[in-house]
Write a protein that binds this ligand. Structure first.
Ligand code: SF4
Length: 265
């Protein structure tokens, strides 16, 4: 007779395999930390609406972040009509023409994962694969990020993944200050809506933008910082790890610090 728990056992085996694969890759042969408690069942953000015919670029005033409100960090101004849910924030972005990246992008890459995630990953900007699919971290670096998340005992659906800017810079060049200034308020609103316990800032641009510093990622990583009352731990970007696999051990140490923080409840 067929074991009724066969699917469940197979899922556990798949997860263990993914985790062990990450451990092996970065040379970990023992660890002390138990996985964090499971996070609420996730719901995916609705897929992007189809892109309409591109309109000309029309710079407009960036939206104001509610954290500027007198009520303090991550609180909306009195009488504010600021969007409160991820779906509302996505609606507000619409077919955004607020910076010149609108003229070269294929898709706006909003973000994906649980709207109640305790852990949020914030990268820099979409690349070619992400631009094509409208989803963050789906290329090679994204596959490595998925392994990192699985190694923490979590799934992509249990965390939230977004970028500082939502449209791909041409030829993957660095985002320009005015592009970051136009797009950052949307990320701020996403953070405000999700209210994660920890943000893992992936790479230089993410860490420098969130923490408003010019310090290098090598100086920022591995330590908890603060963003409007939310703990931020910067670490190396998965794309950097693909070029510098020796740094995987450092990243694993950073991820363990996050796991310990999440366990505190
Ligand atoms: S990068 Fe951000 S601000 Fe610029 S067009 Fe895309 S969504 Fe709008």
């Amino acid at each position: 007779m067929e074991d009724p728990r066969r699917d469940e056992i197979a899922a556990i085996a798949r997860e263990m395999k993914a985790r062990l694969s990450w451990y092996r890759e970065e040379g970990v042969d023992s660890w002390k930390i138990a996985p964090p408690a499971p996070i609420k069942e996730s719901e995916r953000i609705q897929k992007m609406p189809k892109q309409k015919e591109p309109k000309p670029y029309e710079p407009i005033e960036p939206p104001r972040f509610a954290a500027e409100a007198p009520g303090g960090p991550l609180s909306a101004p009195a009488g504010s009509t600021a969007p409160r849910t991820l779906a509302e924030i996505r609606d507000e972005i619409g077919d955004c023409r607020r910076c010149k990246l609108c003229s070269t992008r294929k898709n706006i890459v909003f973000g994906t994962g649980s709207p109640t995630a305790a852990l949020m990953f914030v990268g820099e900007a979409p690349g070619a694969d992400e631009d094509a699919q409208g989803q963050p971290f789906v290329g090679r670096a994204g596959q490595l990020l998925t392994k990192m998340i699985n190694a923490m005992g979590l799934s992509r659906e249990e965390v939230y993944i977004a970028n500082i800017i939502k449209c791909r810079p041409p030829e993957n060049r660095n985002p320009q200050p005015e592009e970051i200034a136009s797009c950052k308020p949307f990320l701020e609103k996403q953070i405000e809506a999700i209210r994660p316990k920890v943000i893992c800032a992936l790479g230089t641009f993410s860490a420098q933008t969130l923490l408003e510093t010019q310090q290098k990622i090598s100086a920022l990583r591995g330590k908890f910082h603060e963003y409007h009352g939310v703990k931020v731990l910067p670490t190396f970007h998965p794309a950097y790890l693909l070029r510098n696999p020796n740094e995987k051990k450092s990243v694993w140490e950073d991820l363990q610090k996050i796991m310990e923080e999440l366990k505190k409840g």
